[in-house]
Design a binder for this molecule. Structure first.
Ligand SMILES: CC(=O)CC(=O)SCCNC(=O)CCNC(=O)[C@H](O)C(C)(C)COP(=O)(O)OP(=O)(O)OC[C@H]1O[C@@H](n2cnc3c(N)ncnc32)[C@H](O)[C@@H]1OP(=O)(O)O
Ligand SMILES: NC(=O)C1=CN([C@@H]2O[C@H](COP(=O)(O)OP(=O)(O)OC[C@H]3O[C@@H](n4cnc5c(N)ncnc54)[C@H](OP(=O)(O)O)[C@@H]3O)[C@@H](O)[C@H]2O)C=CC1
Length: 278
């Protein structure tokens, strides 16, 4: 299997890693060499950790040897499946898929790891809607079980089947749903994180207390503000905007504090500061 990944950020790097762990031959692309170098370093660290715990088949070097890093989209020409994991912005993703539709071999499947953007719109941009699908991995990819598989309006059964098989080969459990804003995962998760942010804004409790209450009281592995910082506050805001616009209900209005923090460049873990400092 020739597997392509676009974007070497936290999701793209993780997807490339698990694809290589399952024996696929992987190409990862990002716009600048420095992003590729950073992505590679994160993958190396994760592989070392898994190896140390005896949870890796083969050595980290063997797995890394199956990943090729590039800045050229042309290197995806021979891929069987390409998963996009760039910034959560519909216009930027659509532009990328217009290009990819021209580059990837006709039988190749294009997939998006988008958290919320309509799969059907991206499928139209790609020019190959039958061979387009949502393949939504969870963060951190090497540790999380789920892949949410989202069919667009024209996605073929064969495409859904091939992507489901690929997800299983990557050690994941694929679960299918339909193309509605935020799908299932973020339609349910993100309003909870948004509400936690609203609690900070209204002074209901300090961030640490909100996280403790949800961890100890609901057995969540991470408190909602820790999780929002982990996902990236820019990504959380982008998802809330899609829910708000797409479902047309003010219950999905992004918290003004979330908007202000993103404007201030406080994006969470990836920028060094969000609700906590890293
Ligand atoms: C926004 C979207 O569109 C969709 C989304 O993804 S939403 C986000 C979904 N994800 C979640 O909700 C994650 C919630 N958090 C969790 O499930 C857990 O905190 C977790 C699985 C991340 C960690 O589990 P944990 O065992 O309780 O925590 P922790 O002890 O910190 O980590 C376990 C180990 O895994 C390691 N680890 C963490 N990330 C790793 C990675 N990427 N690769 C390899 N190892 C990793 C840690 O270093 C740690 O190792 P040690 O035991 O040696 O210290
Ligand atoms: N964070 C999460 O928990 C999850 C995120 N997702 C989704 O995955 C996608 C990526 O998110 P995440 O990995 O967190 O984001 P990151 O910000 O970590 O990574 C995005 C990467 O894509 C690069 N990029 C930006 N624009 C382009 C472009 N035009 N062409 C190629 N590469 C580009 C970025 O470069 P630069 O540094 O220049 O911006 C960066 O390396 C989003 O759609 C998000 O919604 C899905 C599941 C979970």
């Amino acid at each position: 299997m020739n597997f392509g990944v676009i974007g070497a950020g936290q999701m793209g790097g993780g997807i490339a890693q698990v694809a290589a762990q399952s024996g696929f031959s992987v190409v990862v692309q990002d716009v600048k060499q420095e992003f590729l170098d950073r992505g590679r370093a994160v993958i190396e660290k994760s592989l070392a950790k898994l190896h140390e715990k005896g949870r890796l088949t083969g050595t980290p070097e063997e797995v890394l040897g199956r990943i090729r890093f590039t800045t050229e989209l042309a290197d995806f020409a021979d891929c069987d499946i390409v998963v996009e994991a760039i910034v959560e912005n519909e216009a930027i993703k659509a532009q990328l898929f217009r290009q990819l539709g021209e580059i990837v071999k006709p039988g190749g499947i294009l997939a998006s790891n988008t958290s919320s953007i309509p799969i059907t719109s991206l499928a139209t941009a790609s020019g190959r809607p039958e061979r387009f699908i949502g393949m939504h991995f969870m963060n951190p990819v090497p540790l999380m079980q789920l892949v949410e598989v989202i069919r667009g309006y024209s996605t073929s059964d064969e495409t859904a089947q091939r992507v489901t098989e690929a997800a299983r080969a990557m050690g994941k459990t694929p679960v299918e749903c339909n193309d509605f804003p935020g799908f299932v995962s973020n339609r349910i998760l993100m309003p909870m994180l948004n509400e936690a942010i609203q609690c900070v804004m209204e002074g209901v409790a300090e961030p640490e207390a909100i996280d403790q209450i949800m961890k100890l009281g609901m057995n969540h592995p991470m408190g909602p503000l820790t999780l929002a910082d982990f996902i990236g506050l820019d990504t959380c805001l982008a998802i809330m905007e899609v829910l708000h616009q797409g479902l047309g209900d003010d219950k999905y209005r992004p918290s003004p504090l979330l908007r202000k923090m993103v404007q201030a460049g406080l994006l969470g873990r990836k920028s060094g500061r969000g609700f906590y400092s890293y």
